[in-house]
Design a protein around this ligand. Sequence first.
Ligand SMILES: Cc1cc2nc3c(=O)[nH]c(=O)nc-3n(C[C@H](O)[C@H](O)[C@H](O)COP(=O)(O)OP(=O)(O)OC[C@H]3O[C@@H](n4cnc5c(N)ncnc54)[C@H](O)[C@@H]3O)c2cc1C
Length: 468
Amino acid sequence: MSAAATAARTAHDAGVERLLASYRTVPATSAVRLAKRTSNLFRTRTRADAAGLDTSGLTHVISVDPEARTADVAGMCTYEDLVAATLPFGLAPLVVPQLKTITLGGAVTGLGIESTSFRNGLPHESVLEMDVLTGAGEVVTAARGEPGAGGAGGEHADLFRAFPNSYGTLGYAVRLRIELEPVQPFVALTHVRFDDLRDLMAEMERIVDSGRYGDLWVDYLDGVVFSARESYLCLGTQTAERGPVSDYTRQQVYYRSIQHGDGVRRDRLTAHDYLWRWDADWFWCSQAFGAQHPLARRVWPRRLRRSSFYGRLMRLERRFDIGDRLERVQGRPPRERVIQDVEVPIERCAEFLDWFLANVPIEPIWLCPLRLRGEAEWPLYPLRRGRTYVNVGFWSTVPVGATEGETNRRIEREVSALDGHKSLYSDAFYERDEFDALYGGDAYRAVKQRYDPDSRLLDLYAKAVQRR
Ligand SMILES: Cc1cc2nc3c(=O)[nH]c(=O)nc-3n(C[C@H](O)[C@H](O)[C@H](O)COP(=O)(O)OP(=O)(O)OC[C@H]3O[C@@H](n4cnc5c(N)ncnc54)[C@H](O)[C@@H]3O)c2cc1C
């Protein structure tokens, strides 16, 4: 091991020690939580009654092994730092969530998705092993493998399988070893327009099955719906060919660059800028803060054109209830937050979009196909192997209805009726029984009992539903 690698490992061990030391200072009767600087969670995050654990030494990449194409990464390392460490080797994580401050541990425990998910599945599927601080205060190594098969993987394979979608309620990942894939320095983009959502879905399915659009090899695939008559598939192809590239951290806005008349529009980005293409304007949500207005954009500091900054603005807005106050002044009702990502089987997705466009006044809508990559079962988010789903993302507000969370509840019902799933980073309204049926309640309880017997961490239902 080189001196630099030894130093990185030593620094990481010191970070784990600090985390454990902070855990030990918490009385056994108190609950604990992560004290993190950033978050991409939309439901209420902090527990006033829970003590914050010191994660300050767990934010770095420990090592990259270009031969084995793996990286050892601290649990609270952001994807921005992770990608910065791997790209110089011509490598990238198999799935890089779009927002720079999402952490590796957060994406594995809270699920993540991106335009590689049609071929690489979800972020937890490329984890080889992870060290987890459990609710019982022990650090255990959980790896792929069957329970009882011996070795670290065997002994804690139940934790490994139940970790995705547990949202930190079983323990905290402090180190993860992940697979990486080779990437070329540039991405050539082809945006294809559709005026019928069924045509778009049919083409998406063909690309997922074949990896091609006509003669074009497709490495990355997502899409945007602007209306029932205007939607796009955004295809990315890796390339080493040099040439002019666009830069959407300046005056132009990425999602606007997708829109065009009939046919296709071509574009190019560096691999780095492709991975972060959605971050500069938080998909399209920066519009709410005026950041897309040409004049505001000219004076808006470039370093603040990023999702984490808009996230801070949004938390301020919510703290002071600015949006609803403005609605009141204009004699309008307050608004319900509808910020969700749902997964719908591809063959039902056009049906879901028809329903959504007719019932929920939100657009644009993000589309991202996914298929589980491996053979493993993930009990807390049981997608079916061999089946293609489409992640449908919508992030805005609507006028409040007669009951709390009316639109969110209707979406939950519609998604369940179509045999879909909803991710839990935002508001959820399920009854306990339904929640248990959808999110592996029995499997969860067994693993919870083993790794957090004294309930130092919240229960998943309490965290995802009751604490909204
Ligand atoms: C508007 C919006 C859009 C989103 N879009 C995408 C998207 O396009 N693609 C995508 O992939 N994801 C997306 N997400 C979801 C995001 O990946 C998850 O919310 C993820 O959990 C956030 O990770 P974080 O590191 O920011 O964690 P946080 O927000 O800090 O925490 C999320 C949860 O994970 C727990 N947690 C954090 N770190 C760890 C750890 N090391 N070990 C165990 N538990 C931990 C926390 O306790 C908390 O319950 C989106 C979320 C939002 C709000």
